[in-house]
Design a protein around this ligand. Structure first.
Ligand SMILES: [Zn+2]
Length: 252
């Protein structure tokens, strides 16, 4: 029964990912294999500037056809991880594992300093290299349980993708130019997470508080986040900010 529930959850998560071209929420991920259980076809380790990336793959097709994308994933890691660490958490893990895992069916997910990647996705969408930028931010965040709202965790990861991404345009990954309604006609708000929240954070930084995301990130890391932080930072509540922000979108 539990297995069935997990399978349904996994299927639902995958549908959502496909619809939005976005990584899966890490907490929905269920690990089925590990990179060091002997099933990997290759395990490489690269160290640069004090950071080590272990790259493991257990997918036959990726092993043959993924040489270029693997190289870009590694290059992207060393570019963005240090930048993210310097801004958001200098004590972040020094050793990270990328595991291209034939048993993983989402796009990508991160847990325990390990990012799981879906081999067919990376082969089919090699331009979506900033999946790396988003996922390794979750390692830098290291919020732990109960730190604050999940939509903010994902919103910050996509904010970081928007700011530090190496080729968002190549992936046709853009911040949304309009808000969408759900099937009940309710318009998206900040809880929509990912890019919707990311764009909102950028807007607040531009109009109210320059280092908002750094301060939110610190509060989440220290488990001092409360709803009051928005008013402390900007003079307005979260809902007041959203109402003002939502009014900036063209009506239609
Ligand atoms: Zn994420």
């Amino acid at each position: 029964m539990k297995k069935i529930v997990i399978m349904i959850l996994a299927a639902a998560a995958f549908t959502q990912v496909k619809a939005q071209d976005q990584p899966q929420k890490p907490r929905q991920h269920r690990q089925r294999s590990t990179w060091n259980d002997g099933s990997a076809l290759s395990v490489d380790s690269t160290t640069r500037d004090g950071y080590t990336l272990v790259f493991a793959n257990n997918d036959t097709t990726f092993e043959k056809e993924g040489v270029d994308i693997k190289k870009r994933m590694i290059e992207t890691f060393f570019k963005v991880y240090e930048e993210e660490a310097n801004t958001y958490n200098k004590n972040t893990a020094k050793r990270v594992v990328f595991f291209v895992d034939r048993n993983y069916k989402g796009v990508a997910a991160t847990a325990n300093m390990t990012v799981h990647f879906n081999p067919p996705w990376m082969l089919k969408k090699p331009t979506d290299i900033d999946v790396v930028t988003h996922e390794v931010m979750h390692i830098v965040q290291d919020y732990g349980n109960g730190a604050g709202p999940g939509w903010l965790t994902e919103g910050i990861a996509d904010y970081v993708r928007a700011v530090y991404g190496v080729d968002n345009a190549g992936a046709k990954w853009f911040l949304p130019e309009k808000l969408r309604a759900d099937k009940d006609g309710k318009m998206q708000d900040y809880t929509a997470s990912y890019r919707v929240t990311a764009r909102f954070l950028l807007w607040i930084e531009k109009n109210y508080k320059k280092d908002l995301v750094i301060n939110l990130n610190n509060a989440m890391r220290e488990h001092t986040y409360t709803d009051g932080i928005w008013k402390d930072q900007t003079g307005k509540t979260l809902d007041e900010l959203w109402t003002e922000y939502a009014a900036t979108f063209p009506k239609s």
